[in-house]
Every structure is written in C-alpha cells, then in structure tokens.
Design a binder for this molecule. Structure first.
Ligand SMILES: Cc1cc2nc3c(=O)[nH]c(=O)nc-3n(C[C@H](O)[C@H](O)[C@H](O)COP(=O)(O)OP(=O)(O)OC[C@H]3O[C@@H](n4cnc5c(N)ncnc54)[C@H](O)[C@@H]3O)c2cc1C
Length: 371
C-alpha cells in the first residue's frame, strides 16, 4: 500500500492538480480518496504487538553520495523501478535508457562510527538480488558492487552470493572509512570515486548508482515509545526485555515487538518474530487474567511531598503524581520493582515491597554478625 507524501503532494500543498488530481484519475482501483479525514477510534485491547517497521536514512544527509542526481537512487527506489507492477513495467530505465554501467554501494550511513554504528543487515543480500536482476534484465550491462565486508550469513545466502559473482558481477572491496564521492562531470551519467582496499584509486563512470542506505527507526517511534511506555536502545529501535531470553517482550507487560521496529532484519526473521509475538500475545488473552509480580513500589502518603522525582526517574512510566492530593501513585501492573524511585525519593516516602529499608538493614546487620 502506498501513502501520500503530504509534504510534497502538489494537490495538498499548492492545489496545483486542479479539482481532479492526476493520481486519482490514474488509479485503476479507485483507491485514492482525498476527501477522507483523519478519525480517532478507540479499541479496547488485552495485548498489543508493535510491528511498525523501519525507514531508510535520507541520502540527502550525505551529499557526497550525489543523491540529487537523477542517476542516483536508493535500494527501495530500485525495487520499485525493477518490479513488474512498477512505473516502467519492470524495465530498468534511467533517463529513458537502459543503464549499461551500474554501481551498487553498500553501507551508506550504516556501520558509521559517527552516525549509525550498527550494520543494517539486509543490504549485502538485497544488493546481490538487485545485481542479479540487472544482469538478468540487461545482459550487456557491467555491474559492480562497492562494499566493505560481505555478510551472507543466512540459509542459502553464501550460495546466492557466489552465484551472483559467477554471473559476472564485479565486487570491489574498499575499507570502511574510505569515502565514496559521486559527482556529475559531464552531461550524462555520474562518476563514482573511491579507493580499493589495495590502495588503488578508482573512478567509475556510471549510468545508474544504487545506494544501500541505512535502515533507521521509523519517524513515529519516539511518540509510540512514549504512548506505550516502551524503551529504546541506543540506536533508537525499540528495546526487547532480554536479547536472548525475551526477544519479543517489551518492558511493558502485554506489549510485544516484532520485525524491523526492534532492529534491522530480513523478511524470514521478521515473520518468525511476528509468529512468536502473536503466540505470546495470545497467551494472556486465552488465560483471561494474569498474575503480577508482588515486588512493586509502595508509597507512604503521609511522607510524600509530591515532588515528582520518582515519576521522573521511573523507566517504566509506572508512577504519576495525583493532581488532586499531590501524592505519588504507583501502577502495580506496570511497575517492575527496579527501586529507582526508592533510591531517589528525598523523603523516604516510597519503597519496594519486601525490600524496605529496615528489611535491608536487618539483612546487613545479620550478615555483619556472621563475618
Ligand atoms: C531495498 C530493500 C530491499 C529488501 N529486500 C529484501 C529481500 O529481498 N528479502 C528480505 O527478506 N528482506 C528484504 N528487505 C528487508 C525487508 O524490507 C524487511 O525485512 C521487512 O520489510 C520488515 O518487515 P516489518 O513488518 O518489520 O516492517 P515494514 O515492512 O516496514 O512494515 C511496517 C508497517 O507498519 C506500518 N506502520 C508504521 N508505523 C505505524 C503506526 N504507527 N501505525 C500503524 N502502522 C504503522 C508501516 O506503514 C508499514 O506498512 C529489503 C529491505 C530494503 C530496504
């Protein structure tokens, strides 16, 4: 399904498409309706699976890659260009012609020590897929792939990579920190300059350059994290409760995560996570009721001044200050008993059940008697 880019749509921004926008006329399924307005709907749910996916890094943020030129596109744009249902009926055409010199560039904005330090994980293999498509559709095209390291870790991936190389695709290895600079020197095509890992400088005159731009968290991630009280890892993707033992759980009970919203991954891995998350989400629904941990924070209202320190430090959003009596309130279902509130409270007005100060002092005392 396609969504309208409201910022660039000429009908929405400048009214330049007249009364009947061209896309409405062109759509054979009558699927475009500009009269729709956004509506808010309320649905009562027991569990939630977050599978909001990813976006690609905007290549305009890295002007050296020359995305402003017509000959430079992203991997996702190449998908659209080469697919049979696309605007060219699957023919790979740039400036109206089949490109004869095609360059794919990996790690555009990924594995960047000053930016997205992580590997986007799917690029090596989709580049191999795209390179294979070009060789298949334009047999006399020369295809090269400028890469840093090849990551063909999945089932059948190494075999596919070898097959693509055997089809004549030239893999050019460079060092990760070696820049790639794309310029337009003449009327047609662009020039891709970099240095091989052997130190040799190269300049390829290309008709088409495809950038494997980094997979990044979707724009709504931060807002959704606030609404659902989800935590995010340093890279901005949603964080799982435990990377090995609870990879589909979030820190909020009843909310599960699946797919690229958790980290970059391919379709088989996204599907496996989605199936797992669906099954996990079904368990509490089938049970009808859930047990919660007894180790949660407890407020002593007579000591609480309503300063809000506990609300501020609670990583799970389990504490709110009551607007009427100005006292902290703990949501037992959300609280994980981490103790941050206990540590920060200046008036000792909040503690964790079974871990009250006097219980801990008693344990320390007992321990010191043993020593
Ligand atoms: C160029 C390119 C080529 C690729 N080729 C392959 C390939 O050949 N094989 C392969 O296995 N993988 C491939 N991948 C990876 C593949 O795209 C991902 O693995 C897959 O899309 C992840 O699925 P997902 O459901 O997690 O996310 P997405 O596919 O991004 O789906 C998320 C959906 O959630 C919607 N959404 C977002 N926010 C909200 C919200 N707040 N409310 C409601 N809906 C929302 C989005 O609109 C979207 O429809 C490729 C990736 C790229 C960039």
């Amino acid at each position: 399904m396609y969504t309208v880019d409201a910022e660039h749509c000429l009908y929405l921004t400048k009214g330049r498409c007249g009364k009947s926008p061209a896309c409405v006329d062109a759509c054979p399924a009558n699927a475009i309706d500009f009269t729709q307005s956004s509506t808010e709907i309320e649905i009562e749910v027991g569990t939630i699976i977050v599978a909001t996916g990813y976006e690609l890094l905007d290549p305009m943020e890295m002007p050296e890659y020359g995305y402003k030129y017509d000959e430079v596109i992203t991997g996702l744009e190449f998908e659209r260009l080469s697919v049979a249902s696309g605007p060219t009926g699957g023919k790979i055409l740039i400036n109206g012609k089949e490109p004869k010199e095609v360059v794919f560039i990996s790690c555009v904005g990924s594995r960047d020590r000053d930016g997205n330090a992580y590997c986007s994980r799917v690029c090596c293999m989709y580049i191999a897929k795209h390179a294979h498509l070009v060789r298949d559709k334009i047999p006399d095209a020369h295809v090269s792939v400028i890469y840093n390291d090849m990551r063909a870790y999945g089932k059948g991936f190494e075999e596919f990579y070898n097959r693509v190389m055997a089809e004549g695709v030239e893999y050019i290895r460079k060092e990760l920190e070696e820049p790639v600079i794309i310029t337009k020197d003449g009327e047609e095509g662009v020039v891709v300059r970099t240095r091989r890992s052997t130190g040799e400088e190269i300049a390829i005159e290309a008709d088409l350059v495809v950038l494997a731009t980094a997979i990044v968290p979707g724009r709504g991630t931060e807002e959704l994290a606030k609404i659902l009280k989800l935590t995010r890892s340093a890279d901005g993707f949603f964080m799982e409760a435990h990377p090995k033992l609870r990879p589909l759980d979030s820190f909020t009970d009843g909310v599960y995560i699946a797919g690229c919203c958790q980290s970059p991954k391919d379709i088989p891995d996204s599907v496996a996570q989605a199936v797992g998350a669906a099954q996990k989400a079904a368990i509490p629904l089938m049970q009808g009721e859930v047990e919660i941990e007894p180790l949660v924070a407890e407020v002593y209202p007579e000591l609480c001044t309503g300063c809000g320190s506990c609300e501020m430090v609670c990583p799970f959003g389990a504490i709110t200050i009551d607007a009427v009596d100005n006292k902290a309130n703990v949501n037992d279902v959300i609280c994980k008993g981490c103790g941050s509130c206990n540590a920060i409270c200046p008036s000792g007005a909040i503690s964790i059940n079974h871990f009250r100060d006097r219980q801990i002092y008693a344990q320390i005392e007992a321990l010191s008697c043993l020593l």
